[in-house]
Design a protein around this ligand. Structure first.
Ligand code: AMP
Ligand code: MG
Length: 438
């Protein structure tokens, strides 16, 4: 492969800016078609329907305390010295279907969440009673939970109760017919709880994209196997699979394919059946074994992007369904930075998520950066410390150098320091743009 301009594609040798490359990619990505998923499968996905409530929450008036369901008139004059003595007519546990009617002078022992029985107007907590023991509130609480049956005895109530005291009213959370969650909501644990509470077993959401990850290189050996001469462990397929999952995808790690164009082509074609996107690493520069270019050059456009690391990038849509394929460079740091900048937004656009980009901020770089390539946007690995005082900038310190093979430094970074195209250095103590990786 040579870097000479292709006469068929006069643009092929031009330098693309990071933004141009990203815009070109995202301009060709549409969110996935919605499907119906069971609640836990829909976690992290975007709801595409307005969910309305079919049953009120709570569905019936119920007790917010363990105690006694009473008529307020019966306890209106109750004091410690002169308690109201009520006949306990039965127990109401959570889930009780048949409810005893509470008449004048009567009380029903009731548990948290149990339906308020007919006739009762309030619940007095067990702490306000003797628990049916005649022995005061502390014993009352023990007795209340220990006693097998509440019926037949008597309870002393020491305080009056307002009407509806300790009663959670039907519909006080949400009423039937109200909107529970609007379309566009990202389903986290509380939203899933609400859906379950109103009885929804499935919801219509945009699914997580299935992302197939494969690395290329005849030098690659899976971790766990010994290295022969000149061989290295395949870290990219693990890194990119983990990153794809982290971005929200269901990721399939295919592993390393040898530097053979026919094998690579066949492997990619085999994978298309289960792919909403394909990510490859390696084989995109101008070396003799740059198989990705050779195997996929018809559908995938390879270009130079004005960034460091990660200058060579490939993007195209392959197969009958036009599955997006991003071909990333092979150096592990280049692959990672490329993933963060280009693949993560693709995954999140496919999911229809409202925010597809990582958060950015400004931070002081006490060490500065001695030199940065002109005309290229540089992404250095850094450790970001949030500010001690809210509102002031945090600090960021480069870890490792600019070398795109420095995996350990990458593993100790939590941010990328962005040095703009025009800058050739950052003075110590100057502010820089930071892309937060967590
Ligand atoms: P390439 O772009 O294929 O020439 O790869 C560039 C550099 O990254 C070479 O030193 C490769 O050995 C290394 N590399 C490529 N793929 C991987 C991988 N999957 N895991 C670790 N290093 C890799
Ligand atoms: Mg290679």
């Amino acid at each position: 492969m040579s870097g000479a301009p292709d006469p068929e594609r006069p643009d092929s040798d031009r330098l693309w800016s990071v933004a141009e490359h990203l815009d070109d990619i995202l301009g060709k990505i549409r969110p996935l078609e919605p499907i119906e998923l069971r609640l836990l499968e829909a976690q992290g996905c975007v709801l595409v329907e307005d969910v309305t409530v079919s049953v009120a929450l709570p569905p019936f008036d119920n007790s917010s305390m363990d105690g006694y369901a009473v008529r307020t008139a019966d306890v209106a004059a109750a004091t410690r010295e002169s308690p109201a003595a009520l006949t306990v007519i039965g127990d109401v546990a959570a889930g009780s279907g048949e409810l005893p009617a509470v008449g004048p002078g009567e009380a029903a022992r009731i548990m948290t969440g149990a339906p308020l029985p007919p006739g009762a107007e309030a619940v007095v907590p067990v702490e306000w009673t003797d628990g049916g023991t005649g022995a005061g509130p502390a014993a009352a609480m023990r007795a209340h939970s220990a006693a097998p049956e509440g019926a037949g005895g008597q309870v002393l109530v020491y305080r009056p109760a307002e009407p509806r005291a300790h009663v959670r009213a039907r519909g006080s959370d949400v009423r039937a017919g109200e909107l529970a969650l609007p379309a566009g909501t990202v389903l986290g644990p509380p939203q899933i709880a609400l859906l379950a509470a109103i009885g929804r077993a499935t919801v219509t959401v945009r699914p997580r994209p299935r992302v197939v990850v494969l690395s290329t290189g005849s030098e690659l050996v899976p971790p766990g196997e010994p290295l022969g001469p000149g061989r290295i462990h395949d870290s990219n397929s693990y890194q990119l699979t983990a990153a794809a999952r982290d971005a929200g995808a269901i990721a399939y790690r295919v592993g390393a394919v040898a530097d053979d164009a026919a094998t690579l082509r066949a492997t990619v074609e085999d994978q298309l059946i289960r792919a909403d996107a394909v990510v490859t690493s390696g084989g995109v520069s101008v070396g003799a074994y740059d198989v990705v270019k050779e195997a996929l050059g018809e559908e995938v456009e390879f270009r130079k992007v004005a960034m460091q690391p990660g200058k060579p990038q490939g993007f195209g849509r392959i197969g009958q369904d036009g599955v997006p394929l991003l071909a990333l460079p092979g150096n592990p740091v280049s692959a990672y930075v490329s993933f963060e900048l280009f693949v993560r937004p693709v995954i999140r656009t496919l999911m229809g998520l409202p925010s597809v980009y990582r958060a950015t901020c400004r931070a002081v770089c006490p060490e500065g950066v001695a030199s940065s390539p002109a005309g290229r946007r540089q992404f250095l690995r850094g450790r970001y410390e949030p500010p001690a005082v809210a509102g002031e900038p945090g600090t960021v310190t480069p870890v490792g150098g600019a070398g795109s093979h420095l995996v350990r430094a990458l593993a100790h970074a939590n941010a990328l320091i962005v040095v703009g195209e025009a800058a050739t250095e950052v003075a110590p103590g100057a502010e820089v743009d930071v892309l937060l990786l967590t």
